[in-house]
Design a protein. Structure first.
Length: 194
């Protein structure tokens, strides 16, 4: 059976790709930050569908850095989107541990191997390729695609590329699992809710 996994939404959001001009990743972030340097909580709800108490909980636990003057910057939004992409298929404490593996403490850029906005862009580029491909991906093809997309990445520390590749593999597989779950739920609805 061919899965034909499609995603009409920008990863981590509730926004239709078509309505945003079919952009994802850094292009999408640049579009929403075009006239502002920060996004307020109410705007995050509109973008991600995350309620304020959820985001406050993530901030309280240290998974997302505190807002500056009640506004979140591009890297904070990217981190929120990445968490949101995975939370349907992975426990939040595991997601937090994975993001710490990549970039250490949220809000402390001195230990980062990549800005979250760049990480989100790389992830979206891999996802765009996976969902546009005619075949169902396997772990090897996902790893190859990640390596290809990360070719332009410049290591900031020894071993950073390998760490980034591993983390991207986990994030992509987790997101893809969420898409497969959505597909299964849609199939279920067709059978039982007609």
């Amino acid at each position: 059976m061919k899965l034909e996994i499609q995603s009409t939404l920008i990863p981590g959001t509730i926004m239709e790709r078509k309505k945003m001009g079919d952009v994802t990743g850094l292009e999408f972030l640049n579009k929403i930050f075009f006239i502002t340097d920060g996004i307020m909580l109410s705007q995050i709800r509109e973008i991600c569908g995350i309620d304020g108490s959820t985001l406050q909980n993530w901030t309280k636990r240290g998974w997302v850095a505190n807002a500056h003057n009640k506004r979140y910057d591009k890297n904070q939004i990217a981190r929120i989107l990445i968490i949101n992409m995975m939370r349907e298929s992975m426990q939040l404490d595991r997601i937090a541990r994975l993001l710490t593996y990549v970039n250490g403490v949220a809000g402390d850029t001195s230990d980062d191997i990549i800005p979250e906005s760049e990480l989100y862009d790389y992830l979206c580029r891999v996802i765009d390729q996976l969902v546009s491909d005619e075949t169902t991906p396997d772990a090897d093809s996902v790893s190859e695609l990640i390596s290809l997309v990360l070719e332009s990445y410049e290591e900031r520390a020894v071993g950073a590329r390998k760490r980034l590749e591993r983390a991207c593999g986990i994030i992509i597989m987790t997101y893809y699992a969420a898409l497969v779950r959505q597909k299964a739920n849609g199939m279920f609805d067709e059978v039982f809710l007609r």
